[in-house]
Design a protein around this ligand. Structure first.
Ligand SMILES: *[C@@H]1O[C@H](CO)[C@@H](O)[C@H](O)[C@H]1NC(C)=O
Ligand SMILES: *[C@@H]1O[C@H](CO)[C@@H](O)[C@H](O)[C@H]1NC(C)=O
Ligand SMILES: *[C@@H]1O[C@H](CO)[C@@H](O)[C@H](O)[C@H]1NC(C)=O
Ligand SMILES: *[C@@H]1O[C@H](CO)[C@@H](O)[C@H](O)[C@H]1NC(C)=O
Ligand SMILES: *[C@@H]1O[C@H](CO)[C@@H](O)[C@H](O)[C@H]1NC(C)=O
Ligand SMILES: *[C@@H]1O[C@H](CO)[C@@H](O)[C@H](O)[C@H]1NC(C)=O
Ligand SMILES: *[C@@H]1O[C@H](CO)[C@@H](O)[C@H](O)[C@H]1NC(C)=O
Ligand SMILES: *[C@@H]1O[C@H](CO)[C@@H](O)[C@H](O)[C@H]1NC(C)=O
Ligand SMILES: *[C@@H]1O[C@H](CO)[C@@H](O)[C@H](O)[C@H]1NC(C)=O
Ligand SMILES: *[C@@H]1O[C@H](CO)[C@@H](O)[C@H](O)[C@H]1NC(C)=O
Ligand SMILES: *[C@@H]1O[C@H](CO)[C@@H](O)[C@H](O)[C@H]1NC(C)=O
Length: 430
């Protein structure tokens, strides 16, 4: 189904003369309705909502201006998908002169939850960005701060709520959304957003025996705290050569992509597929999360003629794709790493969080890492070499350094004494 005009849009029409006078189309709001059917023609994803964006951009003369980007009447929703246990649902809309917006929604056991939103606005749209300095599409990711919604309930929010990122404010209202719809029927059970919940003044329970407490004024509603990003789930990945497993990896992965501010993206093992190639001297593991996030890890064997050889992580590259058309949004590559080294024939383990710096804007955080890129036997990890961060030896390092320093001081002191003695005898002999 296509977008339909809402009550608000007819108001927009009445204001047309005003709009022609240059008032930006603030009142021109359209609702979008997305109703995706599965193979058996049953609704599996339903969304109907209104939104607009306030976008701050740099103008030709270097000033920053804020403009309003509204949905147009001709919005389409190509690329929206239902999703399932192994694929995130996607609600995607395209509108106006090359603008698009989408949200990834993932399913857990009993809930579904917005993951992140992608907004592409096109500053070539002179009606919205009349004097933009930089022309062309700008894509930003925005983490969805909303919490999980019970499965088989529909998320409803009549009141407007804002989701802010630096230089962008997204405003939503009249939202009805249900992902992972069962049996083709949008649920009658609602999960209401915080903005819709009655703002009943919190009653202050009388404290202990003190009956003469002065009446307390109701505290102002606390601002919804930003959702802390949980650690990613740990995934098991492997590669085969023929029918023999040749690469094993267990890892939880999180990307930190800095745009105007850092965005943390957790890789979902359930929606991630592994691919790559084993080899005698190099091996690559490529992970693809829902055709939107690609991470490649390349390991190499150290070029040592020594009798015991080691392997190490040489290269990591990260590519973020527009899930709708596969175009690259950003990519980062570091082929000069020297991390995670272990003897060939063993595996490398690091349970603690590790950070790989890919470039100035992209970091990869790893959790519960256990990896073996070479010489996997019988589908099992070989003996693990653990990273320093994991071992208790870690806290011994400062002690060792302290002891060494102490020795050094004593040594200097002794040589000073000896030196003085020698020079004294020297002087005496003159
Ligand atoms: C699904 O429903 C539409 C209209 O309700 C109909 O035109 C279409 O043929 C149906 N498709 C299938 C696969 O049943
Ligand atoms: C999930 O959806 C994808 C794409 O539609 C499909 O290839 C896959 O088999 C589905 N998985 C399950 C478990 O239904
Ligand atoms: C929300 O939707 C209802 C009907 O779906 C409509 O009557 C109302 O005007 C809408 N609210 C706004 C602010 O557009
Ligand atoms: C969907 O249908 C199945 C079988 O008829 C039923 O067991 C299940 O409770 C239904 N689910 C919902 C959410 O209505
Ligand atoms: C992953 O592998 C580890 C160790 O081999 C195992 O304990 C764990 O159950 C596996 N997890 C999943 C989700 O398969
Ligand atoms: C993400 O990366 C930015 C810039 O590299 C850094 O300032 C920030 O601390 C990082 N955040 C986390 C949680 O690692
Ligand atoms: C956001 O706006 C500030 C000025 O308000 C500007 O310095 C900054 O470059 C802008 N960031 C982006 C990503 O446009
Ligand atoms: C990824 O893209 C491939 C090829 O276009 C397609 O076959 C596959 O279903 C997509 N997977 C997901 C999870 O979207
Ligand atoms: C590896 O070793 C070979 C022969 O020992 C040498 O020619 C080559 O330059 C070395 N490569 C590197 C990157 O050290
Ligand atoms: C990432 O590295 C792999 C292995 O070297 C390579 O196949 C892939 O093309 C690289 N991707 C990008 C975007 O550089
Ligand atoms: C994919 O979509 C983005 C945003 O809508 C657009 O900027 C880009 O040109 C498209 N790429 C291709 C190859 O169609």
């Amino acid at each position: 189904m296509g977008p339909r005009r809402s009550a608000a849009s007819s108001r927009g029409r009445l204001l047309l003369p005003l709009l022609l006078l240059g008032v930006s189309g603030f009142f021109q709001s359209y609702a979008v309705e997305v109703d995706i059917k599965d193979a058996s023609n049953a609704t599996c994803l339903y969304a109907n909502w209104m939104m607009r964006f306030l976008i701050t951009y740099e103008s030709n003369n270097g000033d920053y201006k804020t403009t309003t980007l509204n949905l147009s009447s001709s919005a389409t929703h190509n690329g929206s998908v239902c999703g399932n246990d192994t694929q995130a649902a996607l609600v995607a809309v395209q509108f106006g002169e090359g603008h698009s917006w989408s949200i990834n929604i993932t399913k857990n056991n009993e809930t579904y939850q917005g993951d992140f939103m992608t907004l592409t606005y096109n500053t070539n749209d002179t009606a919205v960005f009349p004097d933009a300095k930089r022309k062309g599409p700008v894509t930003i990711f925005i983490k969805d701060p909303a919490g999980p919604v019970q499965l088989n309930t529909v998320f409803v929010c009549h009141n407007s709520f804002d989701i802010e990122a630096e230089n962008i404010t997204q405003i939503f209202w009249n939202v009805t959304l249900q992902a992972f719809v069962q049996n083709g029927t949008v649920s009658k059970k609602e999960t209401r957003c915080p903005a819709d919940r009655p703002t009943s003044a919190p009653t202050v329970p009388p404290t202990s025996a003190n009956a003469t407490t002065a009446p307390t004024t109701a505290a102002p509603p606390a601002p919804t705290p930003p959702k802390p990003v949980e650690n990613p789930d740990t995934g098991n990945y492997s590669l085969k050569s023929g029918n023999k497993t040749c690469f094993l990896a267990t890892v939880g992965l999180q990307l930190n992509v800095s745009q105007d501010k850092p965005l943390l993206i957790n890789i979902n093992p359930k929606t991630t597929v592994a691919d790559g190639a084993c080899g005698n001297t190099t091996a690559t593991l490529k992970l693809n999360d829902g055709n939107s996030t690609l991470i490649g890890f390349t390991f190499a064997v150290k070029n040592a003629s020594a009798s015991v050889q080691k392997f190490y992580l040489r290269e990591v590259n990260v590519t973020l794709l527009n899930r709708l058309n596969g175009s690259v949004i950003s990519s980062a590559d570091n082929n000069n790493l020297s991390k995670w080294d272990a003897f060939l024939g063993s595996s490398y383990m690091c349970r603690k969080e590790q950070t790989l710096q890919i470039n100035e804007n992209v970091q990869v955080h790893t959790f519960n890492l256990w990896i073996q890129p070479f010489l996997v036997e019988a589908n099992k990890f070989a003996t693990a070499e653990e990273c320093l961060a994991d071992s208790d030896l870690n806290f011994l390092i400062p002690i060792a350094v302290g002891v060494a320093l102490g020795f050094l001081i004593i040594l200097v002191f002794i040589s000073y004494i000896i030196g003085r003695r020698k020079s004294r005898t020297g002087y005496q002999s003159v």
